[in-house]
Design a protein around this ligand. Structure first.
Ligand code: 9WN
Length: 414
């Protein structure tokens, strides 16, 4: 969709997506992430939707062609083995063709599929029809395998998409590492190690992964016996919103959505277990110990994306935003764990901002939405399409020429 006044960054954003296109799927960024990632791919599709609708649907259709029989849609699809990324398909013990990881990622698909359909209903309808049962099966998988305690539980921090955020610290502390299993990271060879998770994190990521591989990624075994199990506010709210959008898709297709509505209500009820009344925010908790994380992160503000808000949460939203130049920080700037350039421990992530903004719009909080959009746009205008940014001074961090940042420029903040 080109407007009369074309911002030069619009073409630059399209070029990022096209440059990351590997033929039917789009990598997040070259070298650091050379495969198809689940939620990145959905954002890329949304971005393509602004200038090439056929390519947008191709991206989505390809992602869902790797759906497991269980309904799970994997977090990585390893189309072409590439030594630039660790851990690759062999470490995951992947047996599918193409190989995949054994965990999932935030289910933004229903929401973004509905957006693509609304951009061009005629082109979208056939895809909507084939994707609907797959979305229903994926959502049912989340409810069956991950929502046994109410909110969504993750069995690995990578499943949350917010890998090393402070939310998971208490769960990670309990993970036994495997000293006899040496490995070589690749990520720190591509980007500044100070902006990546620590070795402490990777030792535990790999230990959880080794457990998953040993049980062939059996969901029940991972839930019951795995080394890590924490309730995640981020995915809970993403899934809650996704249920509303899936119900709308069902309505468009003339399907009976009563069962989806029941699941939506059940999850909404489950989400209330995340409320930490003492702190006044939605909080992660460890399902093995029952302990609250007592950590405020951007996952809590994804409540807005699901149309959920509470006065105490709003007060924290205003407080943390006032402490940074560019909202929304991924961790609380007033916490001692805040680290403004260390991945999910402080930086602002444009892609998360775009989801929070969707919620702010739907709730009629237009002033906050405009502020968030302008601050996110300013980061991109000054620095280009990076993975994330320092919320204090706007320094671009992580990977450059990043697909989802380009996509949200085209769809939201540009
Ligand atoms: C592990 C691709 C992905 C994002 C995640 C982000 C990061 C991977 C990694 O990169 O995770 O999945 O190796 O660091 O945390 O949200 O989807 O951009």
């Amino acid at each position: 969709m080109t407007s009369a006044i074309e911002n030069p960054l619009d073409q630059a954003a399209r070029d990022v997506l096209l440059g990351n296109d590997r033929g039917g799927y789009t990598i997040p960024t070259a070298r650091l992430y050379p495969y198809q990632w689940n939620w990145d791919s959905m954002f890329s599709a949304w971005g393509y939707g602004t200038f090439d609708m056929a390519r947008a649907w191709q991206e989505v259709d390809l992602l869902f062609s790797s759906q497991w029989d269980t309904g799970m849609v994997p977090h990585i699809i390893f189309h072409n083995p590439d030594p630039d990324y660790f851990p690759g398909p062999g470490v995951w013990g992947a047996t599918q063709t193409p190989p995949t990881s054994g965990i999932s990622q935030p289910p933004v698909a229903a929401t973004l599929i509905l957006k693509l359909y609304e951009m061009d209903p005629k082109a979208g309808l056939p895809h909507l029809k084939t994707l609907y049962p797959k979305l229903v099966a994926w959502h049912a998988w989340w409810m069956r395998e991950r929502c046994k305690d109410g909110p969504v539980a993750i069995i690995h921090p990578w499943e949350s998409g917010r890998d090393n955020c402070p939310d998971w610290d208490i769960g990670m502390e309990g993970v036994q590492i495997n000293e006899d299993d040496p490995y070589t990271r690749r990520d720190t060879g591509h980007v500044n190690a100070d902006e990546r998770p620590l070795k402490w994190d990777y030792d535990r990521y790999l230990a959880i992964l080794a457990f998953g591989r040993s049980v062939h990624w059996n969901d029940r075994a991972m839930y019951e016996d795995g080394p890590f199990l924490m309730a995640d506010p981020g995915i809970t709210f993403v899934l809650l919103r996704a249920f509303s959008d899936l119900i709308e898709i069902g309505r468009i297709l003339g399907e009976d959505t009563a069962d989806l509505s029941a699941q939506h209500d059940q999850l909404r009820e489950g989400a209330s277990k995340l409320w930490n009344a003492e702190k006044g925010w939605f909080d992660a908790y460890d399902l093995r110990t029952g302990q609250s994380a007592n950590v405020l992160g951007s996952g809590a503000f994804l409540a807005y994306f699901a149309g959920v808000s509470r006065p105490a949460l709003d007060a924290h939203f205003a407080r943390i935003w006032d402490k940074v130049a560019f909202g929304v920080p991924s961790a609380d700037p007033e916490s001692e764990r805040f680290d403004p350039r260390r991945y999910w421990r402080g930086p602002t992530w444009p892609v998360v901002n775009s989801l929070i903004a969707m919620g702010l719009t739907d709730m009629g909080r237009n002033e906050a939405e405009t502020r968030l959009r302008n601050e996110t746009a300013a980061l991109i205008e000054a620095g280009g399409f990076w993975e994330y940014y320092d919320p204090m001074d706007g320094t671009p961090c992580g990977g450059a020429s990043f697909g989802w940042t380009a996509a949200i420029w085209l769809t939201w903040c540009g």
